[in-house]
Design a protein around this ligand. Structure first.
Ligand code: FES
Length: 159
């Protein structure tokens, strides 16, 4: 049985031709009511919610780095790091109880909703995540979150 995600069934949505998405490297697409990005990096497609779970920054131009043995996108706004595969938020810190130890990576858990990308005969499809429960990036996919984003963008453009 298909699961509902933002009013959309968890089924594959055609999002473009492989050749176009490979050339673009990064694409912003709205599937149903959900704003997502599609990234082509080192021969693999990834997809996740477009707006960063932290404060809604767009991830479309985030650098991709290998951190803690994971490919991560670095949000351009405040540099939060999110794994491409799982949407896991990670950060590096020192343990104050072990001041002589070097900083190490810690996980905040899954923070960004990631979506499944599949290819059929040169066509690319995205199946929205139907992972149950709240994931923090869901906030910027609802009306309240979108209003907040718009207000922040308006404030930035008035500076
Ligand atoms: S909005 Fe992405 S790190 Fe703050």
């Amino acid at each position: 049985m298909a699961t509902e995600v933002n009013g959309e069934s968890a089924r594959p949505f055609f999002v473009g031709k492989k050749t176009d998405l490979v050339e673009a490297k990064r694409s912003k697409i709205t599937v149903g009511e959900r704003d997502i990005i599609i990234i082509h990096h080192q021969g693999t497609f990834y997809s996740m919610d477009q707006h960063c779970y932290h404060a809604g920054g767009s991830l479309i131009n985030g650098d991709i780095e290998e951190l803690n043995n994971m490919l991560c996108i670095v949000c351009p706004k405040h540099k939060y790091k999110i794994s491409l595969e799982e949407g896991e938020g990670i950060y590096k810190a020192s343990n104050p109880k072990e001041p002589t130890q070097p900083p190490r990576w810690y996980s905040k858990g899954i923070k960004q909703r990631v979506h499944k990308v599949t290819e059929v005969d040169g066509d690319i499809f995205v199946t929205l995540s139907d992972c149950p429960g709240w994931i923090e990036s869901d906030y910027y996919q609802n009306e309240k979150g979108r209003e907040e984003l718009k207000k922040a963008q308006d404030d930035e453009s008035n500076c």
